[in-house]
Design a protein around this ligand. Structure first.
Ligand code: A3P
Length: 298
């Protein structure tokens, strides 16, 4: 299959990164060789960093703020998740991406060095959304509880250890974010932070619109920001991953939701002092000297 190893639950590693069974190994190779078009835009994130939020904003930017239009299809239908294949007998998301009319939007959780080579060379546009790793850890822990193709963690403590060590699907958040951060001055890459979206959604929408070359009037930007508030997106079946039967197959939302809490600082409700100290030590080791800083509270 091309995977280095595969375990009974379908987890496998490829180029040193752990993936779950829904990631298609062929697609991983195809993605690297993708013929990128100049007007392609990719949203790249570590999981649980604000991907869906950014995707919804982009859809609205592209349709000029028509909130009725985005109500007809779920977000994952509008923007393929490049490395995924929801059902073994179904189409890969990569193939679905190829069939999209331009301008194409794609989503990926791949590390920078596994992106399409042409994208790395500056063709097309890339938006990286980063979120403070403590909140990502909490959000990802809950997400493991709802995603049926993920291993259920034994405990929050064991999950956090795995997360800090990078032994989770998607690999180390630190390596992931630093891979993108290293290229932040590339004009075809926009690096934004979840906490800044929280602080100034209007400003973030404008920044995204400018980046993809669609200048919008302030009233339209306000309308988009309103539609993309947590309150609105969390109860919107087109964005909260509850709409289609296949999503109910993917997720068991008995105990948590895909769009769950949407705040900065929820980590404080979960980290013990000991866990926080250990985490801070890893943060210091991984980030010192890189210039990358996070807001852990706003
Ligand atoms: P929480 O689990 O902390 O609530 P992704 O889309 O990358 O998987 O990220 C999911 C995280 O983004 C979840 O975090 C989710 O609630 C949050 N999120 C999604 N839409 C949001 C919005 N409109 N405002 C704030 N947070 C949002």
């Amino acid at each position: 299959s091309g995977a280095d190893q595969q375990s009974s639950d379908g987890y496998f590693t490829h180029k040193g990164i752990l993936f779950n069974s829904k990631v298609n190994v062929e697609s991983l190779k195809n993605i690297e060789n993708l013929a990128v078009k100049e007007d392609d835009v990719f949203v790249a994130t570590y999981p649980r960093s604000g991907t869906t939020w950014t995707e919804e904003i982009l859809c609205l930017i592209y349709n000029g703020g028509d909130v009725e239009k985005v109500k007809t299809t779920p977000i994952y239908t509008r923007i393929p998740y490049l490395e995924y294949q929801y059902f073994p007998e179904g189409q890969t998301e990569y193939d679905r991406f190829l069939e999209l009319p331009s301008p194409r939007l794609g989503k990926t959780h791949l590390p920078y060095n596994m992106l399409p080579r042409q994208l790395q060379e500056g063709r097309g546009k890339l938006i990286c959304v980063a979120r403070n790793p403590k909140d990502v850890a909490v959000s990802y822990f809950y997400f493991h509880g709802i995603n049926r193709s993920f291993r259920t963690p034994d405990s929050w403590d064991s999950f956090l250890s795995d997360f800090m060590a990078g032994n989770v699907v998607g690999g180390s958040i630190f390596n992931h974010v630093l891979g993108y951060w290293a290229h932040r001055s590339n004009p075809s890459l926009l690096f934004i932070k979840y906490e800044d979206m929280q602080k100034d959604l209007h400003g973030t929408v404008r920044k995204l619109a400018d980046f993809v070359g669609r200048k919008l009037p302030s009233t339209t930007i306000d309308k988009i920001a309103e539609h993309c508030s947590f309150r609105s997106m969390s109860k919107n079946p087109m964005t909260n991953y509850s709409k289609h039967p296949e999503q109910r197959c993917r997720f068991d939302t008995t105990n948590s939701e895909f769009i769950r809490k949407g705040i900065v600082g929820d980590w404080k409700n979960h980290f013990t002092d000991i866990q926080n100290e250990a985490f801070n030590k890893v943060l210091e080791e991984k980030l010192s000297g890189t210039g990358l800083e996070y807001d852990f509270d706003i």
